[in-house]
Design a protein around this ligand. Structure first.
Ligand code: DQA
Length: 163
């Protein structure tokens, strides 16, 4: 199982940026912790951070055929980016949206996520642990998809043997 983790704008500033909202932990440390957790779960993870909308769109598109699923924190683009929403929808890979903070408890403009509607699920307000919850949720979803695909293959094989 291979999962891409995409981090949007200003998340490279974690550790410095608004510590009362996002805590003191750096993005690099968050990624090291996710990496350890993923290894325990036998999942391969790659990481990407960009402050540019188009680069995030490119990365989502590149995931097609390369990754089984995506975990994304589109950051401020969650509230504005139809382009990122369309990219997630276009690749049609199971995607979980993560927000470190509880966006619903913050300013009104953060309450609406444009990208959330095309994601399998959204995790918000759990701090960096949210990425670990997303990993578990996504691995569960991918496991179920694999089981369905295997059952379909077996049913096809049986039909071919009968004919
Ligand atoms: C964020 C929430 C967004 O509203 C904000 O613009 C961010 C981070 C979060 O992880 O809590 O940059 O996505």
């Amino acid at each position: 199982m291979k999962i891409m983790i995409i981090q949007g704008p200003n998340l490279n500033m974690l550790g410095i940026r608004d510590p009362r909202i996002y805590g003191n932990i750096k993005l690099e440390t968050i990624h090291q912790n996710i990496q350890k957790h993923a290894e325990q779960m036998n999942i391969e993870v790659d990481f990407f951070q960009s402050n540019f909308e188009g680069e995030i769109v490119d990365k989502i598109q590149e995931c097609l055929g390369q990754y089984d699923g995506i975990i994304i924190n589109p950051a401020a683009y969650s509230h504005t980016s139809i382009a990122i929403r369309d990219a997630i929808s276009a690749v049609n890979l199971p995607t979980i949206e993560v927000h470190i903070s509880n966006i619903h408890a913050r300013e009104d403009f953060r309450h609406k996520s444009i990208t959330a509607a095309v994601c399998a699920g959204v995790i918000a307000g759990f701090g960096p642990i949210g990425y670990h919850l997303a990993l578990q949720g996504l691995s569960q979803i991918l496991g179920e998809i694999q089981a369905i695909q295997q059952a379909q293959r077996q049913a096809q094989e049986q039909t071919m043997q009968q004919n």
